[in-house]
Design a protein around this ligand. Sequence first.
Ligand code: GLC
Ligand code: CA
Length: 631
Amino acid sequence: MAASRRERGQRPAGRSVERRRQGRFPGAIRLPGIRPTALPARDSAGWYERAVFYEVFTRGFFDSNDDGVGDLAGLRAKLDYLEWLGVDCLWLLPHYPSPMRDGGYDISDFFTVRRELGTLDDLVALLDDAHRRGIRVITDLVMNHTSDEHPWFAESRSSRENSKSDWYVWNDDDQRWPEARVVFVDSESSNWTWEPQREQYYWHRFYSHQPDLNYENPDVVDAIFGVVRFWLDLGLDGFRLDAVPYLYQADGTSGENLPPTHELLRRLRKEVEADYPDRVLLAEANQWPADLVDYFGDGDECHMCFHFPLMPRVFMAVRREQRFPLAEILANTPEIPPGCQWAIFLRNHDELTLEKVSEEERDYMVAEYVKDPRMQRHLGIGRRLAPLLDGNRKLAELLYALLFSMPGSPVIYYGDELLMGDNVYLGDRDSVRTPMQWSPDRNGGFSRADFAQLYLPPLMDPVYGYEAVNVEAQQRNPSSFLHWIRTLLQTRRQFPVFGTGALELVACANPSVLAYVRDSRPEPPDSLSDEGARRGARRRDILRQGSRASSDPGANPVLCVNNLSRFGQPAELDLARWVGRTPVELLGRVPFGRIGPAMYPVTLGPHGFYWFELADERSPVTGDEIFGGSA
Ligand code: GLC
Ligand code: CA
């Protein structure tokens, strides 16, 4: 039987908007007069280098039709809030049909929206509204595997002779590739599972209900590229590429980061670049820095990569009250090509992974942060930010100050802007996926369905429950954490160096203090090649977009000083390079003493931090803004 165009994964005919409008879109996809969204303004190259991302678990965000499950219309209804908060790009967890045995990362159809979340129309309406507000939207794309309920797998498993027989990875025994580690060590004992129908084993890097696609088969590559085009045609701003290191296997290797995987990503980037400018590919590759940077290629693979090794070291540094783990990883993070950016985060929808720390460090983290064995999930810790910090607001502020000032685009996990809690009695990673807490009303204002109908129970404990922690109360209280984080975001936005600047560690004898300067990078010399010139011009564009006149505060370097200790600390900073400049504290615009040739003394409160603009003589540093009256 000939496979349909959709099954072959070809780009839907009628790529043009017109054909869709005329309803000539082939295939079994329900496209009721679907039209792509209007994209945001064009002149936005490199937007992701300066953006703040917000990770949304749509299921848990807001339920618009009272069936107990958050949905796309609900998310759309909350765009006012997200705009108010000041985020630039939403990252939606998988929105595809799925049996939901892995939070939707087990996809059973790549070409539509899961019914509980709404329809394709709802998605386009969300994109329209978001784009109108200048907010972009990316979603997860799971390339590595499908659900075992995907029709492709149903066919593949049915026999050894069918049109999809080698769309997945089959073997007669379960002994091949013993070097490849099992990722979900607490639930899977092997990467092979027996399939009785076909009488062979199939390969899976994650749950056994998630068979890996076989990228050696060009039809699979075409199919997935078709998926990419389908969603980009609708107007999505890009993808988080889930579990991307595992696309290929090879004898005698760990099956991670293999050359053909990178080759495939380069092909993907090329296609995206050619037809969909300004979209972003964000790699989820939980790897050591040296392997991680390969996902940027020479600026010709992914635009962004999560900085996995950085994340646990933030938690390590504040618990040890020593900068070493952070300073070390910052110093060991290789330079990345122009046009590339790290995505940095404190927490996400998964466990706090401890894969990329030494065994000793892992033991330390478990000893410090796992108070109950239930909190351990896979090779990590299934907890949210606030409970990890014992609800310590000062410490949470410090962690966000680090997140918003270290090199990379920060990603906030929904609810963490409120310091929401978790529920470690729920299975797998549901502990950190409970409903967003909007108000003290029934179900935390998340849904008007009966409590028993909710996809997960909202938090109701006295410390983190929705009566104590919710958006409404925090919006009403100007000194809430929510207002604080919003102010910090606004401050960050005024200084493009936070996004695109270089980082220089500042010497300081006190090991509890971590100080660095973010400053614009020297312009790369234009090479003779067209490509070099193009990149140079692009970088200048980006700097120009974010920069201002030389007297404008936004153009100056920013000194960040962080006290990782719970006690007050003195620090003497070596700021010789900046002699003559005046540090102006950014939240209050208070000028501190001018930098002279001697060490620069700063006193920090417990878990305190400062962001100082290093103003030169031309900058207005009179402090007029706070003391009132103009000069
Ligand atoms: C990624 C996702 C995780 C999922 C896994 C398997 O790591 O973040 O939630 O379980 O891929 O799809
Ligand atoms: Ca709903």
